[in-house]
Design a protein around this ligand. Structure first.
Ligand code: B12
Ligand code: SF4
Length: 466
């Protein structure tokens, strides 16, 4: 069988100019802070790939199928040869891996080709479909019966229509030779040792994913020889490293054996897992940057979203990380359910305090809370999230104008107010980091491949950050 796999987990989209300017400023100060506290890190590689789709491709290849792997971006912009092959009916099956904002583009592409007489079967899967298969089929009938919300071999068997041998799941997690470009050209920010999350914050999909364990090193030793001799910051995107404390120690021990001086590591962690013992293990394994989702600095917001952390706990964990010599990165989110206008003020105040004391080394400018479509929207109404019925899924991302208003018992916060608060928190965070570092943003040079949001800009102009 001839199968085309289309990586639609990232996309280019024009974003608001004010936000774009602020993003540029943020990425300037971020690079400055990283260079100062972590040393110079190479960030010249801008291609990204979906490890999930590459896994599916790897299994299909091992099953003996004839596969091609391409990114949606290439398909839309430049790759005429592949388009010709598609039009000529060369592929039996065309499979997209999508996130919410790219589902409409996949549907439009598939519909267009079908109207032009292409007989191939179209499928869609990936992290979005795992959450919203039913809603996807309702909105995009082209994918009726073709939304595959399965993982690994089950997904492969469904698409191929026969049971593949068990042996395909053994061996390296992914086969990098399938990628359309050499591995050195990719930004390797996508190693993981375990997927899924043992916590269950209401707004996040990771807690509902099945747990999937990769090797204890996430395959770092296989990737390392292919990277070229550039100093990189390799990110482990486990929701919290290793999944739990015991496995975290196993992961650190395994990484200690394979780490080298060329690269440093970063990881996502839950504050509960941070103590002297885990910090020591992380340092010995080569981790320098620990990333923590603060999300909101309002206890009510944290509680009603099931975040399960208090601000005083958080502060003591951040202090410990600083004492142990880590670079700490914090994520923030604007507009989560139960947010009040006071939440915005508190967020600014708290972020400024954490930044000033360097309890957070790099405070990421906020992302906008996204009520990702799920097969059950009712939970959102219960949380006071009023979704704009006209909103297109392509706007369900963390950088676009909010697709919802928030209602609580005593106030309504409109999408415009959330947007303004978002811009304002951006400004305050950037200025607090500049002030701490004693620099003027105008005098810092733009990183070579500065990151903007939503891949806006010409190819190679910059890539998305979460
Ligand atoms: C690394 C990552 C990124 C990286 C790289 C993306 C990439 N190309 O892989 C970057 C930083 C670029 C990124 C960006 C974004 N991301 Co992201 N990302 C992740 C993360 C942390 C890991 C993805 C991953 O590799 N998983 C591991 C693989 C093995 O799992 P998988 O991809 O789900 O694949 C399995 C199955 O889904 C299935 N499968 C996959 N593809 C297909 C295809 C078919 C046809 C079939 C049948 C099956 C199938 O089989 C795979 C193997 O079992 C996930 C969260 C997570 N922990 O998974 C979020 C996640 C996928 N991202 C998400 C989002 C929303 C985004 C952004 C839109 C954020 C934004 N700006 O708003 C952007 C999109 C980029 C853009 N604007 O263009 C959401 C998606 C939610 C949704 N409902 O759609 C997630 C789930 C995070 C979250 N909890 O909110 N992301
Ligand atoms: S702890 Fe983080 S990854 Fe886990 S469910 Fe909560 S927000 Fe998601």
């Amino acid at each position: 069988m001839k199968i085309l796999l289309v990586d639609a987990t990232f996309y280019k989209k024009k974003i608001d100019n004010d936000l774009k300017k602020l993003k540029e400023q943020y990425f300037k100060i971020k690079k400055h802070i990283q260079d100062k506290y972590l040393g110079i890190i190479d960030d010249s590689n801008t291609r990204i790939f979906s490890q999930g789709l590459l896994r599916i491709a790897t299994l299909m290849k091992r099953a003996g199928e004839d596969i091609e792997f391409i990114s949606l971006e290439d398909l839309q912009d430049e790759n005429l040869l592949i388009r010709k092959k598609i039009r000529a009916g060369y592929f039996d099956k065309i499979c997209f891996s999508a996130v919410t904002p790219t589902v409409p583009a996949c549907a439009t592409f598939a519909e267009y080709e079908q109207i032009n007489g292409v007989q191939s079967e179209f499928f869609i899967g990936g992290p979005h479909v795992n959450e919203a298969a039913r809603e996807t089929q309702k909105r995009y009938p082209i994918f009726e019966g073709k939304c595959v919300s399965a993982f690994e071999k089950d997904a492969v068997d469904t698409i191929l229509g026969y049971e593949t041998p068990e042996s395909i799941i053994y061996g390296d997690y992914v086969d990098f030779t399938i990628l359309p470009h050499p591995l050195q050209e990719y930004e390797i920010n996508n190693l993981f040792t375990a997927l899924g999350c043992s916590y269950n914050c209401k707004y996040c999909a990771d807690g509902r994913m099945p747990r999937v364990d990769n090797s204890l090193t996430g395959g770092y030793e296989n990737i390392y020889p292919l990277l070229g001799n550039k100093r990189r910051l390799i990110h482990f995107f486990d929701s919290n490293l290793g999944h739990d404390k015991n496995r975290l120690f196993q992961v650190c021990n395994a990484l200690k054996e394979v780490k080298n001086d060329d690269n440093i590591f970063s990881c996502n962690m839950r504050p509960e897992l941070i103590d002297e013992e885990t910090c020591t293990a992380l340092l010995s394994a080569g981790f320098r940057d620990v990333m923590i989702g603060i999300e909101s600095v309002d206890e009510l917001v944290l509680k009603s979203n099931n975040k399960g952390i208090t601000l005083s706990d958080l502060e003591s964990k951040l202090k410990l990380l600083k004492e142990m010599g880590f670079f700490t990165t914090a994520y923030t989110l604007v507009g989560m359910p139960s947010t009040s206008k006071k939440t915005f003020e508190r967020t600014v105040k708290m972020c400024k305090y954490f930044i000033g004391e360097r309890l957070i080394t790099d405070c990421k400018v906020p992302a906008i809370y996204v009520p990702y479509p799920r097969d059950n929207f009712d939970y959102l109404a219960e949380l006071g999230v009023e979704i704009n019925p006209k909103a297109n899924w392509s706007d369900y991302d963390r950088k676009s104008f909010p697709v919802f208003n928030l209602r609580s018992s005593n106030e309504i916060i409109t999408a415009e107010e959330i947007w303004e608060a978002n811009l304002n928190i951006h400004r305050e965070i950037i200025s607090a980091m500049c002030q701490r570092e004693g620099v003027n943003i105008e005098n810092i040079r733009k990183p070579l491949n500065y990151h903007t949001s939503n891949l806006y800009g010409i190819v190679g102009d910059g890539y998305e950050e979460h």
